[in-house]
Design a binder for this molecule. Structure first.
Ligand code: PEP
Ligand code: MG
Length: 746
């Protein structure tokens, strides 16, 4: 048997191209391909096995085995040598196949007379499509060159988009891309949505896997790699003080971009007849297949880097930009591996939902998705591989489930669920302009939380009475450099304009912990939630806080202004921050700016310590807002970002409710206005209990106002209070079960 030289494999690819272009029927074309490969590799057998479903391979074409076995012989993934090639996505090269581990005899194929076996995976970007096999009678191992050559051929085969149609009697494939698929992820923003997939980074399409002139292709590859290197260097230069991990990723990019092995393998594949694009994609496929099998997270990340780098290179080579011109559907559900907050803002509210393969609950993109109230599922494994532009999709942000290409039953059930929610929304909009007055006659003020200009229209739509928390850090988080005072002043002014006469409470910059500014040096802290964050940073490095104070005062320009400081842990901190702010008021006055007619300065109560601050604190603060997210995390010592403990302690735990009651009482004694602005304020049962404990102002996401108001309007606070007191007296841990029982009976 002849060694497979480069020019021979180029010849084979040339003939293959003809076979691929030929418009004979699918099966005939596949038969011709197996014939060509066997002929060119000088083996007696060439067979193509394709996945029929996720675990079954089917013999779809053969030269040399019994033709009757085509579409009859099937194997499970992992079964026999063919099944093992598919399972481990690695070639098997055996001189004596029957004596090789994993061999399974398939009498119907008549293969017992063939001794040597070479099988390579057919895969496209990490998606397993099947196995390509050559066999011969002579007992010999195939040379490395022959293995590479067959891999190159498998790569070209994988590019045949209609490959799937060959399975069975014209049965529909491509199995992995046509079937309904359910993917479980984690919930980052609740809500349900139905729409069609829009890929953030559409896949680059390689239309020319085979090339005639390797010299031209190698030149194209070299030029593209050079451009890639320059762009990576630029990224590194511009990264400046980017965080350590980002720098590490860029360094890894640079390492790969300069990797000799990577270049060598791609050059060799081109010499065998692949186009530059196909050579890059072949490397990428190998990296993806390995990625799926590497248990070590660090290594997996590195392979991931290589994958991203290959994408960049493909975009340079094909001239296909970020967006390949795929049209945005009318009801887009965005799919991305990960996305930055700025990019997400560009899509804005046009999105019906977002599915990320990575992402995290506390990431900036999540913060933005929450602010825009767009359902977001994160950690949706393989979604970028599974989803294609335009696929029908339903996301259930209450269960953390993505239904991709759902079947009729799922569609029916899901639409019922959406209809029920729509009914509820209708009910809520009918009470939008009515007060949140309970059956026992108490009025509860319902405000909304905001952080972006985009939130402001909700002030009218939701029926909120004001903005109880404006998170100013979002403006800082989504920019790559420190915003200027004039920019902030203009934004804050537009916020006040949009609110008309409704009150807005601005919270000064709350950074640190999970919120790391892209342009600030990250602190390597062992416990960031308990670390240098919020007002602690503001007082230690007062420049930003002062600048923010000036921007707020100029934005108010004589109008009333309410400001509060985050994470105040003791009276002294509040005093210092307040003094700093008042000094700025004085300075602005000296400079001739008009000062707010009414200025209220408050504090967020987010640490248990502040609840026990001296009376003087409660007297000095114009108002207090309970930051329940942080307060609960510190009260129960349970990290709000840690999935293992985040939901371990119930907000309706009697200890927590008693603690809230104490804060209410302390504020009542000093006549200090009090509100609650953590996520729990937006949950109807929790909101009801807070009201029963004496809170009269709650601030929440705009979408929660309807459900909370509905709950309050149908409740008698005295009765609810009785249920809570009974639970406390009975030594019950959480009020939830008895409250649910009570609500059922009313
Ligand atoms: C809170 O902690 O409850 C809060 C409102 O602030 P954030 O969620 O922004 O930390
Ligand atoms: Mg907080």
């Amino acid at each position: 048997m002849a060694e497979q030289t480069e020019s021979e494999s180029r010849k084979l690819l040339g003939r293959l191209r003809e076979a691929l272009a030929d418009d004979s029927a699918g099966q005939a074309r596949l038969d011709r391909i197996t014939h060509l490969i066997a002929d060119s590799m000088q083996t007696e057998v060439c067979s193509i096995y394709l996945f029929r479903d996720e675990d079954t391979l089917e013999l779809c074409a053969t030269e040399g085995l019994n033709p009757e076995a085509v579409h009859q012989t099937r194997l499970k993934i992992g079964e026999g040598l063919v099944g093992r090639v598919a399972k481990f996505t690695r070639p098997i090269n055996a001189a004596n196949a029957p004596q090789t581990k994993g061999f399974r005899f398939m009498p119907e194929t008549g293969e017992e007379i063939f001794s040597s076996f070479l099988g390579v995976p057919v895969q496209r970007l990490g998606e397993r499509l099947g196995v390509l096999v050559v066999q011969s009678k002579e007992e010999r191992e195939f040379s490395n060159d022959e293995v590479y050559a067959l891999e190159v051929v498998a790569m070209v085969l994988a590019e045949m988009t209609e490959l799937g149609a060959f399975v069975g009697e014209g049965a529909a494939l491509s199995p992995l891309h046509k079937q309904p698929t359910m993917i479980r992820g984690d919930i980052a923003q609740e809500g349900v949505a139905e729409g069609h997939i829009y890929l953030h980074e559409a896949r680059v399409i390689v239309t020319n896997p085979i090339a005639d002139d390797p010299d031209v292709e190698i030149k194209r590859l070299n030029e593209a790699v050079e451009m890639l290197r320059v762009s990576v260097d630029e990224l590194l230069e511009n990264a400046g003080t980017a965080d350590k991990e980002q720098l590490q990723v860029l360094e890894a990019y640079r390492m790969f971009a300069n990797s000799k092995g990577w270049m060598r393998r791609m050059t060799e594949d081109i010499a065998r007849g692949l186009s530059a694009e196909a050579a890059v994609e072949k490397e990428q496929s190998t990296a993806r297949a390995r990625m799926a099998q590497v248990p070590d997270a660090y290594l997996r990340d590195r392979l991931h880097d290589l994958d991203d780098l290959s994408n960049r290179l493909l975009r340079i080579l094909t001239g296909q930009g970020q967006h390949t011109g795929a049209e945005m559907p009318a009801d887009p559900i965005l799919v991305a591996r990960n996305i930055g907050p700025g990019e997400l803002l560009e899509y804005g509210r046009s999105l019906k939902g977002i599915i990320l393969e990575e992402g995290s609950v506390g990431s900036h993109a999540t913060i933005v998705a929450r602010a825009l109230a767009i359902p977001l599922i994160i950690h949706a494994t393989r979604i970028t591989n599974e989803a294609l532009n335009g696929d029908h999709v339903m996301i259930d942000g209450e269960q953390g489930i993505v239904h991709l290409r759902p079947d009729e039953t799922v569609v029916g059930a899901f639409r019922d669920k959406m209809a029920m929610q729509a009914d509820a929304q209708e009910r809520y909009s009918s009470i939008r302009d009515k007060p949140a007055e309970t059956l026992s006659g108490e009025f509860i003020q319902l405000d909304m939380n905001a952080g972006l200009m985009a939130d402001l229209p909700s002030l009218d739509n939701s029926g909120a009475e004001g903005v109880g928390l404006f998170r100013t850090e979002l403006q800082f988080l989504i920019h790559n450099k420190m915003p200027k005072r004039a920019e902030l002043a203009s934004l804050y002014s537009r916020v006040l304009d949009a609110a008309h006469t409704k009150p807005v409470i601005f919270r000064t910059l709350d950074i640190g912990s999970d919120k790391v500014l892209p342009f600030m040096k990250p602190q390597d802290e062992p416990n960031p939630a308990l670390g240098w964050r919020a007002i602690r940073v503001g007082l230690d490095k007062p420049g930003v806080l002062r600048m923010q104070a000036q921007a707020l005062l100029r934005a108010a320009n004589g109008r009333p202004l309410m400001v509060m400081f985050p994470m105040v842990a003791q009276f002294e901190e509040f005093k210092a921050a307040r003094d700093l702010f008042l000094r700025e008021v004085e300075r602005e006055g000296r400079l001739g700016h008009s000062l707010p007619g009414i200025l209220e300065i408050g504090a967020m109560l987010e640490t248990p310590s502040l609840a026990f601050a001296p009376k003087q604190f409660f007297d000095l603060a114009d108002f207090i807002s309970i930051g329940g997210n942080d307060l609960k995390q510190f009260f129960f010592a349970a990290d709000r970002e840690n999935e293992l403990v985040r939901k371990r302690y119930d907000t309706l735990n009697v200890s927590f409710l008693s603690f809230i009651e104490q804060i209410v009482e302390r504020c009542a004694t000093s006549n200090t206005k009090l509100s609650f602005c953590g996520e729990d304020a937006g949950r109807p049962l929790e909101a009801l209990c807070f009201a029963a404990m004496g809170l009269r102002t709650l601030s929440m996401r705009p979408a929660s106002i309807g459900p909370v108001k509905h709950m309050l309007r149908r409740s008698n606070l005295a009765d609810v209070r009785q249920v809570i007191d009974d639970a406390r007296n009975n030594g019950v841990q959480s009020v939830r079960p008895s409250l649910m029982e009570y609500l059922k009976s009313t």
